[in-house]
Design a protein around this ligand. Sequence first.
Ligand SMILES: [Zn+2]
Length: 560
Amino acid sequence: MKLKNSYFYTLREDARDEDSISGNLLVKAGYIKKTSAGVYMMLPLGLKVQNKIEDIIRRHMNEAGAQEVKMPALIAAEYYEDSGRMKGFGPSIFKLKDRNNKDMVLGPTHEELFAYAAKSMIKSYKNMPFNLYQFQTKYRDEPRARFGLVRVKEFVMKDAYSFDSDEKGMDISYQKMFDAYKKSFDEMGINYRIVKADTGVMGGLLSEEFQAIAELGEDTVIYCNECDYSSNQEIAKTVRAPKASKPEKLPMEEVETPGCQSIEDVAAYLKLDMADTVKALIMNVDGQLVIFFINGERELNESKVLKLLGATEIGFADDELIASSNAVAGYCGPIGLNCKVVIDEEVLEMANFCCGANKKGYHLINVNPENISYDVVGDIVNAKPGDLCPVCGRPLKFTKGIEVGNTFKLGTKYSKAMDLQYSDVDNKLQDVWMGSYGIGIGRTMAAIVEQSHDEKGIIWPDNIAPYKVIILVMSSKDETQNKVAEEIYDRLNASGVECILDDRDERPGVKFNDAELIGIPYRITVGKKAGEGIVEFKHRTAEKAEELNIDELIEKIINL
Ligand SMILES: [Zn+2]
């Protein structure tokens, strides 16, 4: 690409409406442009990167024996009604009507259509296994689009689906995809961890996530350095470090705590350690009032709660629901409540703790487990630093991640819903076993930039960079410099090295800044020594440039 007559621009200032490093750098460097909240254009450089990511994934998918297809994005709503997921996706699914008033959706994911396609192929056990995949635009009406390409309403996803006649076959297909994902992310140079995850709205038997390690990640990645345990926060079992010793039990007392509504206020007022308090969370679980009690330092884990109670929805209770009980918001404790009470198992290990007295303006101190009453006990809190590995008992590590890929063993959930069956050896009808596998392409691009940048701009890994080399002509009016730059450009292109020639009539400073901002791995500077056949060569992260003659340069780049 020669910049002079190309669509190419960069911004001098940071993008004002981007709330992430990657969003800002990709906008500023002219890779993407926002059209509305959570919707972006892929500009020429952005599309080049997207295509590189897709090509790597496509190669590994094909090597694993998967076949590429393309499903529509505009889908009749009945497919999602049949699978029961219209409800599961709720307001996240984009709904519309055609001119005949038929309900349609913009596909949020494609299990249903792949199952429908598989129906045409599958008659007997002899027709399996097979695996289909696509690169397709997905639509999700995110309540909070943010972080550039990380959380968006429209995005390209690579999704794949495997079809097998039994569980053993599904496990083999799953492992193939899992390995293809590892190879793909390794080749892209991403720093990631694979964690066990909740199967959530997808349903199924097993879910694993590929989490790119990044500060802005919305997911907490929990892992152990001593063994291979890893998990996301949703399902990480909480194992607390044992307490040194149990103190002697003291008599329970009611104390006045005027104006102390939060547990932090109470602890400060009574000069207590937060770890010696129990806080209440007054929730609406499937329309029913449930009050949860957990250690004051902990957070309620809603996924664990839903699983423990076999419920589907959880949110804070409104005043009306709270008024249906004798609970006093702000002063709620696990003694004498007339509604459902669930406590975290840790509360039973605590001694002489503080909690609400169910009386406005009062708390109880020196409460012990035998003083309280509850209906259900379980692990209902998030793991936190200081907790132990559930496998080997060593301290856990915590980091943030961006989910760039996921793999699911779906089992027979969708085939049952979609009536996808085959005849076995005895001519009996059986359900097909499915797996589903996704990679977010834009999110992967964002994760790479989050991991690989400096104060000057993006630093693309060689395999992902839109172009490998950028050639800067210091003086675009100098005929010799232009001639030498053109020669290098032609020779590199002829050798299959993709490069940019910055032949614009701009000051050298502008060209250097742009080259660094857009993050091209190798830079060639054609300046005053062009007449002697000498140019400068430098990697994006190198401190100093080296001088090379043109033949040495070409050979060096081809051998990289
Ligand atoms: Zn461990």
